[in-house]
Write a protein that binds this ligand. Sequence first.
Ligand code: DAH
Length: 501
Amino acid sequence: MAAAAVYLPRVIAPAVARRSSIAPALIAAPCRSSIGTPSAHCLAGNLCRFSSTAPSPPPVVEIDGRSYSTDTWFNTPTNVLAAASRRLHLQEDHPIAITRQIIESRFPSAEFRSVNSLHPVVTTFQNFDSLGFPPDHPGRARSDTYYVNKDTLLRTHTSAHELETFRANASPGFLLSADVYRRDEVDRTHYPVFHQMEGARVWDRRTQADEKGDLTATILRDLAALPEHGVAVEDPNPPFHDGTNPRQVPQHAASEVEAMGRHLKRSLELMVVEVFSRAKKAKQLAVAAVGTEAETVAADEPLRMRWVEAFFPFTSPSWELEVLYEGDWLEVLGCGITKQPILDAAGVPSQMAWAFGIGLDRIAMLLFKITDIRLFWSTDERFLSQFRGVSADLDKLRLFVPFSKYPACYKDVSFWLDGGDGVAGTVHNNDVMEVIRSVAGDTVEDVQLTDTFTHPKTGRQSLCYRINYRSLEKTLTNAVTNRLHSDVKDMLVRRLGVEIR
Ligand code: DAH
């Protein structure tokens, strides 16, 4: 999964044993355009066949009520464009919105302003440059990110709005929730659209520092005002260290970084304790109703959290918070002390800040025990009705009760990468995923690369993918699945230029 090295992982997976795939991100030979020189698309990390044979993009696209002109960088499918106006994080009684509300409830609203309606289309400057991502950062590749045109994309994270929100300088803190977009695998924990919350808290030297210009005393006073949570937290890390997690010199004094790190960690621990206590209560209620003795014991397990060091281009020092969940350490959020050049560029050089980012979908999946991320996009009453009234009264939160599981239908597709013309082709795993999703939509539960093969004599390379067709809403007939699978094969040929075996 290419995205793992780029961002905080968004998969519900143990922090240590991440899912390994036999799929390298870019499969097979280096990309060549038809005249034999590398094309711009190839240099941008995409595959030449896909780019050259895909239907030409519409000159103008409408995204959530605004029009944008496209160019050869455009790579956003219709289903993703359509999702941009859904705003699940603002839909009353939707699990994503409920999760947002629970997190917001732990930050004092007088200090933390909510910013929840920002448009999903941003510039490459907002998404990457303003945060210090280097020009060759893999997150910028067309294989990983949905572009509208060369300079415009669907935000890949809520951090894209940090600079403008610091610049607005409307409150000491903010909580910013939004839909975010990434090209990725197809399975029960990945969807091309998901949701994040960005949070930050600033202090200002002009009004809050001591006579030497130091903020430590003020931050420590604010720390003392935070409640205790009484949960044991493992934190073996020094407040910062020169090796891989340095403080920013000369701007930040050691005592300021230490105090701010403590304020940041306590604030986020309080929030995570709130979320997981609610998850535990919902689980206990469900177990009390129908559970076994073993489940009762498991539901009573005490919460455990730990801090680990991390790296993000826009914070230093940086950390991740992990929670022990059903025997595995899960990464819950990333955070750190905001890089001073971001605040300088925002026109508030006298401020110092901490920031964090958290994925709402993965938290909602844990809170409600929802095991398939596609459900969030369902308009089926059997799903939506289960959360009615919870936005107005968070104590009404209950685990999701799956309404039925329809049969899985596995089908394989194998293809030669060279398309039969002898010109070695390349295929990005994310492009295969997207072609399949663009044909079969939410009836695909999971796609796995199951085999790669190089012909011993001809050197031709082939891939085999296993697609699991399973609707969330009904049993698929054989005729329907066969038709979908045949359409998927046709589209793989048309869009990727491969030859079906
Ligand atoms: N933007 C990061 C991601 O998508 C998450 C993140 C990490 C946000 C650290 C932050 C931060 O504000 O300080 O993975």
